[in-house]
Design a protein around this ligand. Structure first.
Ligand code: NDP
Length: 395
C-alpha cells in the first residue's frame, strides 16, 4: 500500500488541482494512505480555502500577509494552522512531509523548494524556473541532503520513466506540441493577444507556462532542465515538434534503440508517477486509442519564427549566469505581455536584449556561475530591472 505524507506548494494552480485530483482518487479507491501536511497558495484565497476543506492539511500558507485575515474567515471552523507571507511558504516546505510537490510558478518557488530539498524530502518538480536559475546549487543541495528530485514536467517525467541505462544514452529528444501559433506567420504573431497565446491546443495550464509554450521558451527552459536533471550536454538534447502531444519524450541509446513514453496529455499521469515512485498507482487518466488517433506527426522547430528556443539553447551553451538571466528576463517579459505592455514578439525581443547588453551594463560576467543562492537572487533581481527597462524602451 502506498503511504505518503505530502505537501503541495502551489496548491491553487493547475498542477495543484491535478495533484489534488490524484490524491483524492487514490484515497477514494483505497489504493493509498495519504496525509496532507501543508498546502500553499499565492493570491487566490478562495481556491486555497476550498482545497484546504477538501484535503484537510495541518498547515496552510498564503503568499501575502495582507490576505491572512480573509483566509482565516474563509476557514472558520476548520482545524488548520494558518500562515502568511514568504516565510510561511518556507515553513510549509520545511514541515515533515516525505513528498513535496513544487508547483509555484517562476523563481518564486526557489526558497520553498530549496527548504524541502535541504531537509532531504522527495521533491516532485513541476516548477522548472528554479532549476533554470539555480540548477547547479539545487542539485548540490540535493546531493548533500539525500533529497530525491522527481521530474513532473511531462517530458522529463517521460525520460525518467524510460532511462534504463543512463551511461548508454546517445541523445534525448524532447517533444513539443508547437503551441497555439505553430502555423502562424511572424506578422500574425505580432498582434497575438494574451488570450490567444494562452489557448494551448492540448494542455490546460497556468497563464505563464501557456505563454512560454506559445513562444517555445517553455521548451527552451525544458532543454536547460533536461541537461541539469540528466547530466547531458546541450548538443545531445534535441527538440522535435509533435503536435498531438502523445509521445512525451524519447531517449536514444547507443545500439540504435529509441525508448519513448506515450500517454494522453494529462498531468495526472506524471504526477501520479512521481507520487508512487518507484511503484505505480492506478489512475483513471484517459487511455490511448492509437487506431482512433490515426497518426502521430513530427516536424523540426522553426527557430526564425520562435527565437526564444534558440536563445535558451544559447544560454545553456554559454552557461554561467546566462540561464538565470534568461529566466528572469523571460518572467518579466511574459508578465509585461500579459499586462498588455508589449506585443507577443516583444517577449523574445526583451530576453535577447537583456542577454546581449548584460556585460556592457557592468552587471557582471555572464560566464561566471552563481556560487550561492544570494548571488542567484541578485542576478535575478538585476535581470528583472534590465528587462523592465527594455520593456519601457520598446513601447
Ligand atoms: P498556475 O498559474 O496554474 O499556478 C501557479 C501556482 O503558484 C498557484 O498556486 C499560484 O497561486 C502560485 N503562485 C504564483 N506566484 C506565486 C508567488 N509569488 N508566491 C507564492 N505562490 C505563487 O501554474 P501551473 O500550475 O500551470 O504551473 C506551475 C509550475 O509548474 C510552473 O513552474 C510550470 O512551468 C510548471 N508546469 C506546469 C504544467 C502544467 O500542465 N500546468 C506542466 C509542467 C510544468 P495563486 O493562483 O493562488 O495566486
Amino acid at each position: 500500500m502506498l503511504k505518503r505524507r505530502i505537501t503541495v506548494l502551489g496548491a491553487t494552480g493547475s498542477i495543484g488541482a491535478s495533484t489534488a485530483a490524484v490524491v483524492e482518487e487514490l484515497l477514494a479507491s483505497g489504493a493509498a494512505e495519504i496525509e496532507v501536511e501543508a498546502l500553499t497558495g499565492g493570491r487566490n484565497v478562495r481556491a486555497l480555502a476550498s482545497i484546504t476543506r477538501r484535503l484537510r492539511p495541518k498547515f496552510v500558507a498564503v503568499s501575502e500577509e495582507s490576505l491572512a485575515g480573509e483566509l482565516r474567515t474563509l476557514l472558520e471552523g476548520v482545524s488548520v494552522e494558518i500562515g502568511a507571507g514568504p516565510a510561511a511558504l518556507v515553513e510549509a516546505a520545511s514541515r515533515p512531509a516525505d513528498w513535496v510537490m513544487s508547483a509555484i510558478t517562476g523563481a518564486a518557488a526557489l526558497e520553498p523548494t530549496r527548504a524541502a530539498i535541504d531537509r532531504g524530502a522527495s521533491v516532485a518538480l513541476a516548477n522548472k524556473e528554479c532549476l533554470v536559475c539555480a540548477g547547479a546549487l539545487l542539485l548540490e543541495a540535493a546531493r548533500a541532503s539525500g533529497a530525491k528530485l522527481l521530474p513532473v514536467d511531462s517530458e522529463h517525467n517521460a525520460i525518467f520513466q524510460v532511462l534504463g541505462h543512463p551511461d548508454r544514452v546517445e541523445k534525448m529528444t524532447l517533444t513539443a506540441s508547437g503551441g497555439p501559433f505553430r502555423k502562424w506567420s511572424r506578422e500574425r504573431m505580432a498582434s497575438a493577444t494574451p488570450d490567444e497565446a494562452c489557448l494551448h491546443p492540448n494542455w490546460s495550464m497556468g497563464r505563464k507556462i501557456s505563454v512560454d509554450s506559445a513562444t517555445l521558451m517553455n521548451k527552451g527552459l525544458e532543454l536547460i532542465e533536461a541537461s541539469l536533471l540528466f547530466s547531458i550536454s546541450e548538443e545531445r538534447v534535441d527538440v522535435v515538434i509533435h503536435p498531438q502531444s502523445i509521445i512525451h519524450s524519447m531517449v536514444s541509446y547507443c545500439d540504435g534503440s529509441v525508448l519513448a513514453q506515450l500517454g494522453a496529455p494529462d498531468m495526472r499521469v506524471p504526477i501520479s508517477y512521481a507520487l508512487a515512485w518507484p511503484d505505480r498507482a492506478p489512475v483513471s487518466a484517459q487511455r490511448l486509442d492509437l487506431a482512433a488517433l490515426g497518426e502521430l506527426t513530427f516536424e523540426s522547430p522553426d527557430l526564425d519564427r520562435f527565437p526564444a528556443l534558440r536563445l535558451a539553447r544559447e544560454a545553456l551553451r554559454a552557461g554561467g549566469a546566462a540561464p538565470a538571466i534568461l529566466n528572469a528576463a523571460n518572467e518579466t517579459a511574459v508578465e509585461s505581455f500579459l499586462a498588455g505592455r508589449i506585443g507577443f514578439l516583444g517577449i523574445a525581443g526583451v530576453v535577447d536584449e537583456v542577454l546581449q547588453s548584460w556585460e556592457g551594463s557592468g552587471l557582471g560576467a555572464i560566464a561566471k556561475s552563481p556560487s550561492s543562492f544570494d548571488e542567484v537572487r541578485s542576478i535575478d533581481a538585476a535581470a528583472r530591472i534590465a528587462a523592465r527597462e527594455a520593456v519601457g524602451r520598446s513601447r
